[in-house]
Structures are given as C-alpha cells and as structure tokens.
Design a binder for this molecule. Structure first.
Ligand SMILES: [Zn+2]
Length: 385
C-alpha cells in the first residue's frame, strides 16, 4: 500500500478528473527495458521513483513530473502523447493503417513517398483531435515478424525515454518546482534517460533502436511544434535537445565512424518526418534538406551496407546516394563536410563494447573509395583532391 504523501493526494485528484485511457497500460515497461542491475540501481539509488505513474487519457500531448516538499513525486504522461508517438513509429516502420475515430481510414503504405503522405495526413488530422472524444487509433498491418519486432522495440524505447526523462527530474531536481525548471534541467533529464537505457539495456536490445527511440522524443516535440502546438518556455528548443543527445552518443561511441552508425536509425526517421513537415508547411525547397553530418552519414552508412555480409547495396548505388545528399544540401552544410570527414578519418579507435575493428577498417577503406570516385567538385568538399 502506498503511503499517503502530498503527491498521493494530488495524483489521485488529477487521475480522477482526467479523461480515462481506455486501452491497456503503456508505461509499465521499465521491467522490459532494463536489466536486473538497472532495476536494482534505480530502486536503491532513487527509492521514491515510479511509485505514482499515471496515464490519463487526455488527447493533449504532455508529460510531467511533479515533486513535493515532503520528497514525494508523481508522473503523468498523457494518452495523447503516447498515441502520437505510436502513430509516428507505426507509419515510419512499415506503413501501418491509421484510423481516426471520427475520420478517414488511411491504408497501409510502404514506399518513402507514401510514408511521407500518411505522416502528412497524421499531421493534418492531429489538429482535429484536440477534443478528448476523438482519439487516434493505429491498426498495424500484417507486416511480418521483423517489422513487428522493430516496431515493438522502438515504441518500447520511446516510451521508456519519456518515462525515464520524468524519473530524471524526480531524481535530479526533487526540490525544483516544474515552473522553476530551466532549459538545462531538461537537458539533464534527457541525459539521465539516455544514460540509464544505454548503461542498463537488456541483452538483445539494440543500441541503435534505443538511441533512435530516445532522440525520437524531442523529434516528436519538434513535429508537434510545427503543427502549432506550444510548449512551456522552460524547455529548450527540440533541436537543442536532439543535438545534446547526439553529442552524448558521440562521447560513448568507439569511433567517430561508429557515432554515425549509432545515430543512423534516428537520422532515417528524421528524414521521413522532415519530408512530411516540408509538405505540411508547403515548403518545396529541396536544397537544404541535409546537414553536413547527414552527408557524412550517407558515406559511412553506404560503406557499411557494402561491407556487410551480405552486402545490401552496391558501390554504384552508394555513390548515387551520396551525390543525391550533396545535391539536396545548402552551402553551409557542404562547408561543414571537410571538417567532419577529417574528424572521422582521424578518430582513434577506442575499445568499448560497441566495436568491431576489422569491419571498421573495411568500412573506412570503402568510404575512401566512394569519396575518391565522386566528381572533382564533390570530392573536394571532403578535403580530398
Ligand atoms: Zn522535462
């Protein structure tokens, strides 16, 4: 039985007045995310965490952690936020069928263009979901075991990040009221969530998916902002949060090359969301789609796809992708390429558990060859003449 703290009274008042969430619980997942050491660590180091976690059915997207002077706290994460997260992941993973309780059924899709179009429908309809009586229902297609597993893991990682971010506030800022939090507190809570997942991941959970699930959270806030949703002024811009998470991944990656590999899934998802957002705001500018890091990623992921057993792309195919990234980048992005590539080339291989030296060397070799094969102007962007 839970002790009747200040948090307890407020928590039950809030839950009683909230729109009920009709589905199965979606936040009881920490057990599936973290290994036993991780669960013990959290329980011992922060005994107050996670005692009161609620999922009100409100359609507005929000997540909050409220801390009280008696040391108690509660966490509320709205159904609207989880619905939106689920829809974005389902659409990007393979193209799920989306159904609005009052609205159109959108059939399964699979090509990137079709994914963008369904995301666009989601973005457009989201604005009509502001009343609690209309919910977003996501029906997954019969998409096979691989897609289902990928969906499950990514959705689990995203929910865990949302919850662990709020745990982070309770653990790190127990005496700071929500309204008094500053942008750096949000970045600290993000770091707490990512570090906890990477440090205590269960065997079999893929690092790329954990990182993608984490960065997807601020990325989804960015999407909601583009749709006109306003967030509290205490929060840093979503782009700042994404960049801080990427930096954190960079600091644990075995090499700069691995950093691009570890953030690959995040970048691929971002690509689809960005494409849908460009359509949503009516921007047809194709020339500043990719950052300097995205261009480097096209080379490193391309090299990896050639080096893989079995290879998933050809040398010519990769070369074309790299050139398409360069065409769709602006001057500033292209100016970053030389310094970023230099950083990849000169990064010292550090032995961590995320490693594979011979594959790394093979990939670096192929990446060099791809760059060497580019037209002279493009090659020079990488600082190679
Ligand atoms: Zn926060």
């Amino acid at each position: 039985m839970t002790e009747k703290t200040s948090a307890w009274y407020e928590f039950y008042r809030r839950m009683k007045n909230a729109w009920p969430w009709p589905g199965p619980p979606r936040l009881e997942m920490i057990d599936g995310m973290l290994n036993i050491d991780g669960l013990m660590h959290l329980a011992l180091k922060h005994p107050g965490l996670g005692k009161l976690v609620g999922e009100p059915g409100d359609s507005q997207p929000y997540a909050e952690c409220k801390c009280f002077p008696d040391g108690s706290n509660f966490i509320l994460i709205s159904g609207g936020l989880l619905d939106f997260v689920e829809a974005v992941i389902a659409v990007t993973v393979a193209g799920a069928k989306l159904q609005l309780t009052k609205g159109a059924v959108i059939d399964p899709i699979n090509t990137p263009d079709e994914v963008d179009d369904v995301l666009l429908v989601l973005y457009t309809n989201w604005q009509n979901l502001k009343g609690n009586e209309t919910r977003l229902v996501v029906t997954k297609p019969d998409w096979g075991e691989t897609a289902q597993n990928h969906f499950d893991t990514l959705y689990l990682a995203t929910r865990a990040f949302i919850l662990l971010h709020e745990y982070g506030h309770a653990a790190l800022h127990p005496t700071i009221q929500e309204k008094d939090r500053r942008p750096e507190h949000e970045l600290e809570a993000d770091a707490f969530a990512l570090d906890t997942m990477l440090r205590f991941k269960r065997p079999g959970m893929n690092y790329l998916t954990l990182i993608a699930g984490s960065t997807l959270v601020p990325r989804i806030y960015k999407a909601l902002e583009i749709m006109g949703h306003t967030f509290k002024k205490t929060h840093p811009p979503p782009q700042t949060r994404i960049a801080a998470l990427f930096d954190r991944v960079r600091s644990v990656a075995a090499t700069e090359f691995d950093y691009y590999g570890l953030t690959g899934q995040s970048r691929v998802i971002d690509l689809r969301l960005s494409a849908a957002e460009r359509k949503f705001v009516g921007a047809d500018n194709n020339s500043d789609r990719f950052s300097g890091e995205d261009i480097i990623f096209s080379v490193t992921s391309g090299a990896h796809s050639i080096a893989g057993e079995p290879p998933t792309n050809t040398f010519e195919g990769v070369r074309e992708i790299v050139m398409s990234y360069l065409v769709a980048s602006n001057v500033a992005a292209r100016q970053d390429v030389a310094a970023l590539w230099k950083r990849v080339k000169s990064s010292v291989y550090r032995k961590t558990e995320i490693d594979n030296l011979s594959l790394f060397e093979k990939c670096m070799d192929i990446a060099h060859q791809v760059i060497q094969s580019l037209p002279e102007d493009d090659r020079m962007l990488f600082g190679i003449d």
